[in-house]
Design a protein. Structure first.
Length: 289
């Protein structure tokens, strides 16, 4: 993808897509991405009069706008909204992760049937630390792509006496490593090792304003961490009780307040385990396609 080489695009995939779908003979078709593969699958469904469902889980209009010069941002975002509306219009059902995302799509003019499809968390990997943490040497954690749309610098610029860790990789990694030498950049971590990074932290900081859900939020909660974030789509749908974390338009204030919350790691874990089960997700998905 131009300006984002880590994202690979399948250019002109229609003929191969037709062959794959025809050989597989699916009973249902769900298209979860608005890129070239998604448009190819959509074209196939419309041509062959096959009903299909779609999912909206990435703010492509805003992502694209943030990678353009600021004077072009509003225009690019408007074009992006127009294109995703066209993409999803013929869909039987649009899967969305949160109520606030559904509300936003309706504001954009979507008139589809919406089905809530959240995410799950693997509690065999994401669980609280059994060690008692120091109240002096605090650690703040960010997990996710290291790219402009994630607004990571809002986290890195917070003036606070705490160790900061960034887990993830992306196009801005090298630049930020040079710009913030005191921050620990851990790179890509997965599985149990990723869970261990959550367990090292005292607070999970989520600076993004463009995510539609933020699966890292429920991973952090499952590991017992309070969350500090902005009151935007994603966090406002997940951080709904005081014990879960703090939302504030001032991210530093959110962090300071989150660090002062009572230690209720097990309560956060139990909540995430009960509410965000992959088995529940699978049942909703299978019954709604």
């Amino acid at each position: 993808m131009p300006f984002y080489p880590e994202i690979r695009l399948a250019l002109f995939p229609y003929k191969k897509m037709v062959k794959i779908i025809s050989n597989f003979e699916p009973d249902r078709i769900v298209i979860p991405v608005e890129g070239p593969l998604g448009w190819a699958a959509r074209r196939y469904c419309l041509k062959h009069k096959k009903p299909f469902a779609t999912a909206f889980h990435t703010h492509f209009p805003e992502y694209a706008a943030k990678r353009m010069p600021s004077f072009l941002g509003p225009l690019i975002q408007s074009i992006g909204i127009y294109l995703v509306k066209i993409f999803h219009t013929p869909s039987k059902t649009v899967f969305v992760a949160t109520q606030s995302l559904e509300n936003q799509l309706k504001e954009w003019g979507f008139q589809n049937q919406f089905v809530r499809l959240v995410r799950g968390v693997d509690t065999s990997i994401f669980y609280p630390s059994k060690k008692k943490k120091s109240t002096k040497n605090r650690t703040l954690l960010y997990v996710g792509r290291v790219s402009v749309e994630k607004n990571i610098e809002a986290f890195l610029d917070i003036d606070i006496d705490a160790h900061k860790i960034v887990v993830g990789t992306g196009p801005d990694l090298e630049r930020l490593q040079k710009q913030y030498p005191k921050v620990e950049f851990a790179g890509l971590r997965q599985g149990q090792e990723l869970g261990d990074y959550y367990r090292r932290a005292d607070c999970f900081v989520f600076p993004s304003k463009t995510d539609t859900f933020g699966i890292v939020l429920i991973e952090a909660m499952a590991c017992g961490l309070p969350v500090a974030a902005y009151p935007v789509t994603g966090p406002i749908d997940l951080i709904t009780e005081d014990f879960m974390g703090v939302l504030d338009d001032d991210l530093k204030e959110a962090v300071i307040k989150a660090l002062k919350l009572p230690c209720e790691a097990q309560k956060r874990h139990d909540y995430a385990k009960d509410k965000y089960s992959w088995a529940k997700v699978a049942r909703v998905f299978a019954s709604s396609c």
